[in-house]
Design a protein around this ligand. Structure first.
Ligand code: R5P
Length: 292
């Protein structure tokens, strides 16, 4: 028992100063509960309201793809430069140091490999395991227009219910079938459906035309997927365009870990995302880091 606090009668309660509150200004997230907001704050930088999320979850359907053969060697050195890391629980437990304190976004759907139709996924993680791993969010593929559309939407809504119960946000990944047109009209549809049905963050691809209509019509933060490996200047330009057109950062994989200099590339992407550095300047920054 602490001793009675009788030493000072007149305590300074600052009765003339109203209580200070700090608003949570991430798009569409102001009314989420404290735990949910705290987890989102592990993903999105407090100043820029954007994220550099490093996506390394490809192995869940592709196996050891190029650049991810040895995550301990290829990826662990990049960890200081990402705001968040998107990955499977297998890689998190086996390979990522538990001293990593940035956000972790857990791949929570799976079930189809590249040898079969990809859209038939199921929820692949128990919510208790996500809690045990102390993840900042759970990620789920949503195949709008795909063969497995209804099941994938059901996976997402079920995860959203579980996430809401435990305070863990859900990142919906808009997965586009090979046969589908990747344009703003499609992504407006896919992103909006995900947000309407409760996703807290949405991940989508960049499109050169009208991308700002995709971000504008999505009421929650939207992060840009990287897609296939591009020349560094093109990837930096795409990231720059996406954030200037309303994206809350990037969730990039191959354009970072398949770069000739992944550590230099992720830092250059960080300059673009958090400091609005022009792509040409970011390329010079990349080259200067690469040459060291
Ligand atoms: C695939 O659906 C995974 O969610 C990847 O994380 C995603 O494709 C992002 O990686 P990349 O930038 O290589 O496209």
């Amino acid at each position: 028992m602490p001793e009675a606090d009788t030493g000072k009668e007149a305590k300074d309660f600052h009765v003339d100063i109203p209580p200070r509150t700090t608003p949570f200004t991430l798009k569409g997230c102001h009314s989420l509960d404290w735990g949910m907001q705290n987890r989102l704050a592990r993903i999105f930088n407090a100043d820029s309201k954007r994220t550099v999320m490093l996506a390394i979850d490809h192995g869940y359907f592709q196996g050891p793809t190029t650049g991810l053969e040895r995550i301990d060697i290829n990826i662990v050195p990049l960890l200081p430069y990402c705001d968040a890391l998107m990955l499977t629980r297998g890689i998190l437990r086996s390979t990522i140091p538990s001293t990593f304190t940035h956000g972790t976004v857990l791949r929570a759907s799976g079930g189809s490999s590249i040898l079969k139709e990809l859209s038939h996924e199921r929820i692949a993680v128990d919510i208790e395991d996500a809690c045990r791993l102390n993840v900042a969010a759970m990620a789920v593929q949503v195949f709008i227009g795909g063969e497995g559309e209804a099941q994938s939407i059901n996976n997402m809504t079920r995860l959203v219910d579980l996430g809401n119960r435990y305070g863990i946000p859900v990142l919906a990944v808009t997965a586009v079938g090979k046969e589908m047109v990747r344009d703003a009209r499609y992504f407006r549809l896919a992103c909006r459906i995900c947000a309407e049905l409760g996703a807290h963050v949405v991940k989508t691809y960049y499109v050169a035309e009208d991308f700002e209509t995709v971000t504008a019509s999505c009421p929650v933060p939207l992060v840009m997927a990287g897609g296939k490996k591009l020349p560094e200047i093109d990837a930096l330009t795409m990231a720059s365009n996406a954030v200037s057109q309303g994206a809350a950062g990037v969730d990039m994989g191959r354009n970072i870990f398949q770069s000739d200099a992944p550590a230099a590339m992720i830092q250059a992407v960080g300059k673009v995302v958090h400091e609005n550095m022009a792509p040409a300047d970011a390329l010079e920054y990349y080259k200067s880091l690469k040459s060291k």
